[in-house]
Design a binder for this molecule. Structure first.
Ligand code: PBG
Length: 323
């Protein structure tokens, strides 16, 4: 008996026919960094070709992406220093940047799925994802604020809130708060297995949100752990998460696969800022072919079992018609 595996690779048509993994523009979640002001488009130094937008330009950009097949965006706010305080009160301002943005996107592009970041780091003078007291990041006090923040975003019309903080029990509190205010169809995409990672560096440049002291290891996960990811994820689903997430992406494909085997809800994976920066830097040096590196990395997410991918490459894929 002779095996001829190459028969199924012999030309593009046959390879297309037997390809096991599909990637489509509808899989992408596009992160937006929104800043105050008008007509502002600023490139993020550690994320070449990626921009922070004021709301007016962000809506235009999102409309263009929606026309090209993008189904969802994920909003982050860049909050000016003078609005940061210890209770993170700006996070609950109904007229704040994120609620205002949610209303604008839902008004201009009603069919676009709008998700919003639920975390306190952009609002905290300490750059931590929680309320800080005497150098400690407090869990239960933080969760209360996150639940209220989720209600504020729901009132503004968000489709899904996306808690990215990794405090214990926050999904339960968010779900309960949403229900108690009548927002039974506002969803939760929970960052369930989020690791303490150096790959978030460029994102913290984008939002000016690097932690002012210490690191995030008392709430984000230790990258040596695997079982803990499953535990966290199952728990979030029990608490009411509609979509779960693994983050970062490429260094954690094993975790995506294990979560895929363990749960029956949609899984999102986040190709984070540092992963973007690595590909851009290598390509800028002529060391990698950028378009090919983008596609290969994104197919790897899908092969590992992700349904949705938050990525900074969606614009590029559309522009260069890579799919
Ligand atoms: C913080 C948050 C981070 C990211 C998304 N939400 C950074 C962090 O946890 O410090 C990272 C995204 C990226 O690097 O692309 N709530």
């Amino acid at each position: 008996m002779v095996n001829r595996y190459r028969t199924l690779r012999k030309n593009p048509a046959i390879r297309e026919m037997v390809a096991e993994t599909q990637l489509s523009i509808a899989d992408f979640i596009v992160p937006f960094f929104i800043c105050e002001g008008n007509n502002i488009k600023v490139e993020i130094p550690s994320m070449p070709d990626y921009y922070r937008f004021s709301l007016d330009l962000a809506v235009q950009e999102a409309a263009r992406l929606y026309e090209a097949g993008i189904k969802s965006i994920l909003l982050f706010a860049k909050v000016p220093d003078e609005k940061k305080d210890e209770p993170c009160s700006e996070a609950l301002n109904f007229e704040g940047l994120l609620p205002k943005s949610i209303r604008a996107f839902k008004k201009e592009i009603p069919e676009l799925i709008v998700m919003s970041d639920i975390a306190l780091d952009p609002y905290s003078p300490f750059g931590h994802d929680g309320i800080v007291q005497k150098g400690k990041i407090l869990n239960d006090q933080t969760v209360e604020v996150l639940a209220k923040m989720s209600v504020v975003h729901a009132q503004a019309g968000v489709d899904l809130v996306a808690p990215s903080d990794m405090m214990d029990n926050r999904v339960k509190h968010i779900r309960t708060a949403l229900e108690s205010q009548g927002f039974s169809d506002t969803g939760i995409m929970s960052y369930s297995a989020k690791y303490a990672s150096c790959f978030y560096g460029p994102f913290r440049d984008a939002l000016d949100s690097a932690p002012g002291f210490g690191d995030k290891k008392t709430y984000q996960m230790d990258y040596r752990n695997r079982q803990e990811a499953i535990r966290e994820t199952l728990r979030d689903i029990e608490e009411g998460a509609d979509i779960v997430m693994v983050k970062p992406g490429l260094p954690y494909l094993d975790i995506i696969r294990e979560v895929r085997d363990a749960v029956h809800v949609p899984i999102a994976a986040y190709q984070v800022s540092g992963e973007y920066a690595m590909i851009k830097a290598a390509a800028a040096n002529g060391w990698l072919e950028e378009d090919k590196a983008i596609l290969e990395s994104l197919y790897a997410f899908k092969r590992a079992g992700a349904d949705l991918i938050a990525t900074y490459f969606a614009q590029k894929i559309i522009e260069n018609q890579l799919l």
